[in-house]
Write a protein that binds this ligand. Structure first.
Ligand code: SAM
Length: 234
């Protein structure tokens, strides 16, 4: 067994994720690609293999079961591909679109997906601009976002992309419940409702995975311009 495979096994067993052990080789390949790309272009500050497995992979694997089968999933602010790349590995049924405003990160995500044969395409641009375009508005069954923006802002970026009945997953840290109460008005105005605030932990650090359902169309006023959103979040 390679050093990576034994670290992967140790972390996944500790975190109660052993059903994903069969994907060790795929994650080893992803890690090699991530570290090679990162040596030339900075896409992640985490470069220790065990930390990558814990902080990037295990954290994303925790949410893998939340998405309906064959869902069209948009990952808003995917950065170096989290959660989209781990999800594409363990959920090949999902049709994933990875969106980010930083082109260099998307180069890594797009190249990796195509060379590893993953069901994932990339989309470059700002969420609040693309969410106004007919091509993307109310077109997705699910939207995910990890470590992207404060929840009231994130809701305005993400809800417009969802079809009615769609699922929005906001992956938040230990302040998730405070963010949730700050975003109550935003969720309501944008047509959402909270389904579950799931408390998880990775390496003893608390995470809140907040799941919302879109139960009404988002009013056409939203998303507003970035300036207006930041100046006066919902
Ligand atoms: N989700 C990844 C993760 O968990 O590692 C990346 C998180 S990184 C802290 C936030 C990412 O959101 C950055 O890659 C940034 O370019 C992107 N981002 C910020 N504002 C955005 C916007 N308005 N539209 C699209 N992407 C945005």
């Amino acid at each position: 067994m390679s050093n990576f495979a034994s670290l992967y096994e140790e972390v996944l067993i500790t975190e109660g994720l052993k059903e994903y052990l069969p994907y060790a080789e795929r994650f080893e390949e992803l890690t090699a690609r991530l570290l090679a790309f990162n040596a030339r272009t900075n896409i992640t500050a985490i470069t220790d293999e065990k930390e990558i497995i814990k902080k990037h992979y295990a954290d994303c694997l925790l949410v893998a079961k939340h998405f309906p089968e064959n869902a069209a999933l948009l990952d808003v602010g995917c950065g170096g591909g989290f959660p989209s790349l781990p999800l594409a590995i363990v959920r090949p049924d999902l049709q994933i679109t990875s969106l980010d405003s930083t082109a260099k990160k998307l180069v890594f995500v797009g190249q990796t997906a195509s060379e590893m044969g993953l069901n994932l395409k990339t989309l470059a641009g700002r969420a609040e601009e693309l969410g106004r375009k007919e091509e993307y508005r109310e077109r997705f069954d699910a939207v995910s976002a990890r470590a992207v923006a404060a929840l009231p802002v994130l809701c305005e970026w993400c809800f417009p992309f969802l079809k009615k009945g769609g699922l929005f997953l906001a992956m938040k840290g230990s302040g998730g419940l405070e963010e949730l109460s700050a975003a109550k008005n935003a969720v309501k105005v944008l047509g959402g409702t909270l389904k579950e605030a799931k408390k998880d932990s990775i390496d003893g650090v608390v995470r809140y995975n907040l799941l919302f359902e879109k139960c009404a169309p988002t009013p056409s006023l939203y998303p507003r311009s970035n300036g207006a959103i930041q100046k006066k979040p919902l």
